[in-house]
Design a protein around this ligand. Structure first.
Ligand code: HEM
Length: 150
């Protein structure tokens, strides 16, 4: 009986660290807190927005884009996705006819930025889930109305 209780405690201790790499900081709290609240999101998105216009595959899509506005919009969307109380215009995220390859590159680049700000792997995975939650609406067929002239 005592033995099985010890086993359960040990399993729980392991589970608490689930998703984290060995030796990595284990953060507690809501997802919003674990990613460093809105400031944490803004730091990742700021680094990411600097990298995008120089990225081989993605830069063409972002040519002519107002990166300051993009940065603010993406940070606000992510903040809402992780439970923050940020303001964002829900009609903002437009369908842009995006490919799987573009998404993969986008997420890979985002991971580089999360590494720069030293976000632990569990929080990185959770933020990637938040990115993908926005994907469906964003990747749909591009319409002239949604994106005139592009
Ligand atoms: C899961 C991944 C992605 C998320 C969460 C995301 C999110 C966003 C958000 C919140 C905006 C601002 C709102 C808007 O203008 O629609 C935006 C804009 C934009 N996104 Fe994405 N995006 C993702 C992937 C991509 C990819 C893969 C591309 C293209 C390679 C892309 C291209 C754009 C462009 C061109 C804009 C427009 C900026 C503008 O004209 O102001 N996005 N995205």
């Amino acid at each position: 009986m005592i033995r099985s209780a010890i086993l359960v405690v040990a399993a729980c201790a392991l589970l608490a660290a689930c998703g984290s790499k060995r030796g990595e900081e284990v953060r507690k709290g809501t997802l919003l807190e674990r990613v460093g609240n809105n400031d944490g999101i803004v730091s990742v998105v700021a680094d990411f927005s600097k990298r995008l216009p120089a990225h081989d595959v993605l830069k063409a899509k972002f040519s002519g884009v107002d990166m300051a506005a993009f940065k603010a919009n993406l940070a606000n969307e992510l903040c809402v996705q992780v439970g923050g109380n940020c303001r964002r215009d829900a009609s903002m995220l437009k369908a842009r006819g995006l490919s799987q390859e573009q998404y993969d590159e986008f997420v890979e680049l985002f991971v580089e930025s999360m590494n720069v700000v030293k976000l632990p792997s569990k929080e990185q995975n959770d933020l990637i889930d938040a990115l993908y939650a926005l994907r469906k609406k964003h990747s749909g067929a591009k319409t002239a109305k949604a994106e005139p002239g592009k």
